[in-house]
Design a binder for this molecule. Structure first.
Ligand code: F6P
Length: 341
């Protein structure tokens, strides 16, 4: 079999572990040939690739980022994108393509699959918002980074008797905010799923100071927005791919809370530090299992499917189903966090 693999969309700790696992399972166990496309779908659209053998993936298990590079380019961005991809798949004699990516990548994978290309998807994102899988790799690492940052920020917040508004990633969903906020014992957690009311948030943080506490930590997901009419809010702008880029919810919240509470407030934007560095053991294991199962699915001819974690098992789920909706933070999960704020 000849398999093409690519990593697309925002990078994420664990991508290299999947690539390594695909190569080991395919080359060593099945005698396949594996090629890796450079910079995501762009590599497939431009037939820009290299051969991946055991040497190529040696020593990359614990490495962050992706040895193949990534981009947010998608076949749908080009008028002849699908035809170009089909042509290159035929020219290169590929029997399967394994795209590793998040929401946008998997949508593109589904599009190509519906056009008849042999696709087996592997979900990834630090945001943990892909439906149909219990967890995505990268999430555990990102939560660990954010939690460590929150722990560190507590001491400086206390020294200066400040409110720190810590912005974590999560443009559509608040999983990183929820988990890191719970793990670090934040005093308020703000997620996109529940537009915040600035009066309620002020009251919640203010109550802490009234109780004699000297500082407060608020975790906010970058995609969080105020409830309609709750406060003046500058909306984000669109990037060149039409994705929303945020206008700094932490900065806007810090300004508002400082005025309302008469306490010094500072925004801290963790940004891409959450995506960098070595994956946790959990993420390496999940990524390795996904790679193994993607190769097996390709050998069974199970195309148009995606690997998924269901409980402790890896299952194959239809790509079409996985891209239908995002996995948002349900109200009861938020309530569990709220109870310990
Ligand atoms: O989807 C993963 C993610 O890290 C989001 O949390 C974040 O909004 C986005 O990617 C940032 O993307 P970029 O690297 O293009 O700025």
């Amino acid at each position: 079999m000849r398999i093409g693999v690519l990593t697309s969309g925002g990078d994420c700790p664990g991508l290299n572990a999947v690539i390594r696992s695909v190569v080991h399972r395919a080359v060593v166990d099945h005698g396949d040939e594996v090629i890796g496309f450079h910079d995501g779908w762009k590599g497939l659209l431009e037939a820009d690739y290299r051969k991946l053998d055991l040497d190529a993936v040696s020593g990359i298990l614990a490495l962050g980022g992706t040895i193949l590079g990534s981009s947010r380019v998608q076949p749908a961005h080009l008028r002849d994108g699908v035809e170009r991809a089909r042509g290159h798949v035929a020219d290169l004699g590929l029997d399967a393509i394994i795209p590793i990516g998040g929401e946008g990548t998997l949508k593109a994978a589904n599009l190509l699959s519906e056009a008849g290309l042999p696709i087996v998807g592997v979900p990834k994102t630090i945001d943990n918002d892909i439906a149909s899988t219990d967890v995505t790799f990268g999430f555990d690492t990102a939560v660990g980074v954010a939690t460590e940052a929150l722990d560190r920020l507590k001491t400086t917040a206390e020294s200066h008797q400040r409110v720190l508004i810590v912005e974590v990633m999560g443009r559509h969903t608040g999983w990183i905010a929820l988990h890191s906020g719970m793990a670090a014992g934040a005093h308020a957690i703000v997620v996109p799923e529940r537009p915040f009311d600035i009066d309620e948030l002020t009251k919640l943080v203010g109550k802490r100071f009234q109780a004699g506490k000297k500082f407060a930590i608020v975790v906010v997901a970058e995609g969080a927005k105020p409830r309609e009419g709750s406060m003046q809010f500058e909306q984000g702008v669109k990037d060149i791919y039409g994705h929303e880029r945020f206008a700094g919810v932490a900065t806007q919240l810090a300004g508002e809370l400082e005025q309302r509470l008469s306490k010094e407030a500072r925004p801290v934007i963790l940004g891409h530090v959450q995506r960098g560095g070595t994956p946790t053991a959990y993420d390496r294991v999940l990524a390795t299992r996904f790679g193994w199962h993607a190769v097996e699915a390709a050998h069974r001819g199970e195309f148009g499917m995606m690997t998924a974690l269901r409980g402790t098992d890896i299952a194959m789920v239809p790509l079409a189903e996985a891209v239908e909706t995002l996995k948002t933070v349900p109200a009861d999960r938020y309530a569990e966090a709220e109870c310990v704020l």
